[in-house]
Design a protein around this ligand. Structure first.
Ligand code: ZN
Ligand code: ZN
Length: 355
């Protein structure tokens, strides 16, 4: 698996006219090597790959990346210079998005004979379509996330604090096998539900509140992402109406997600549904995003997206409406694009739930 990923990258490196590529981004490094340590980089050339790390991770690197030579450095700066000098490379690509100006200045100072070339998205473009193993992990993560939602429903009632709900959710997910959460769970109640990325605080849930729950887990390095919105106690007609409208928009988008479709067009279709009801301005974020080693990665489902959907992509579909001071609704599923269309990996109920 890792060998074939490196092989594909080596072809790209040759096509780009590079003698080698330095992979410093942690997730790109993990994707290519399986190595999960917090320090290290890869040097990949058309001839092969080296995983460089420090003393703390040497044994772990050898165990996790038997397909790569492991090189131990004193400092990353020193290790990088020694490697590029030993490999006698002339043109070295680096991940411009993941490299600081300071690091580049050091590399240039240490190796004036080398041409350093900016690259962008060489590994990310490979990560965009998932292989079977990645899909297996994300599927498992999505399943556990659904279990988390089912669990937390019993816990939601007037009188509990947002923060307590978030903690209970995280505790449950970890106990059930998650390595971690893919981001700090969002539990946003009442007026806080109008903030798309609210942080759970000390607000106490009250009857009549919308509660937006947005969370995910990490299984073997891979993330999931799910949002559900429920009402506590008693719901108003307006709450039901807004909820049904968001659900209608989400169902529309789920029906459109398929290989060959234009991501921006699906986003536009959702905005048109909201515009017909005069609420388009209350949907201020993109419709969805890719999920994998990172909870937000390519492709993007938004008005600015240039992405065309392809089989093997994993994307969220998450329309929402947010009314400042009143509350908000978001419904988010995680969807796998297949050659036949799509498979929804999220199975948590989406009926209008009043708890
Ligand atoms: Zn989410
Ligand atoms: Zn999301």
């Amino acid at each position: 698996m890792f060998e074939s990923r490196i092989d594909r990258l080596r072809e790209r490196i040759a096509e780009e006219g590079l003698d080698a590529l330095i992979v410093t981004d942690r997730k790109n490094r993990e994707y290519l090597s399986g190595f999960t340590g917090s320090a290290g980089f890869l040097l990949v050339s058309p001839r092969g790959g080296v995983l460089a790390t420090d003393f703390r991770y040497e044994e772990q690197a050898k165990a996790q990346s038997p397909h790569l030579a492991v090189y131990r450095y004193e400092t990353p700066r020193d290790g990088l210079s020694r490697l590029v000098q030993a490999k006698k490379v002339g043109i070295v690509g680096f991940e411009a998005v993941h490299t600081s100006c300071w690091e580049l200045a050091e590399w240039e100072e240490d190796n004036p004979d080398i041409t350093w070339r900016q690259t962008r998205g060489l590994v990310e473009s490979q990560r965009i379509c998932k292989d079977e193993e990645e899909i297996r992990r994300i599927r498992q993560a999505a399943r556990l996330t659904d279990k988390g939602f089912e669990h937390i429903l019993e816990y939601l009632r007037p009188g509990v604090q947002e923060q307590e709900v978030a903690l209970e959710l995280e505790f449950f997910l970890r106990r059930e096998g998650a390595e971690g959460v893919s981001f700090a769970p969002i539990v946003a109640s009442g007026p806080n539900s109008a903030l798309p990325h609210a942080q759970p605080g000390n607000r106490i849930l009250e009857s009549g509140d919308f509660v937006v729950l947005d969370f995910g887990v990490i299984i073997e390095g891979y993330c999931s992402d799910l949002t559900r919105t429920v009402v506590i106690g008693r719901a108003s007609d307006r709450q039901r109406e807004i909820y049904e409208l968001v659900l209608k928009a989400q169902r529309y988008a789920l029906g459109e997600v398929a290989p060959g479709k234009d991501a921006a067009a699906i986003d536009k279709g959702v905005r048109d549904i909201f515009a017909a009801e005069g609420v388009a301005e209350y949907f201020g974020h993109g419709l969805g995003h890719g999920v994998g080693l990172e909870v937000h990665e390519e492709p993007t489902l938004s008005s600015r997206s240039k992405d065309e959907l392809r089989a093997g992509m994993l994307v969220t579909v998450e329309p929402g409406l947010y009314f400042p001071g009143w509350g908000g609704v978001r419904i988010e599923d995680l969807v796998l694009l297949t050659s036949q269309g799509m498979e929804n990996l999220s199975s948590s109920p989406k009926d209008f739930l009043v708890l």
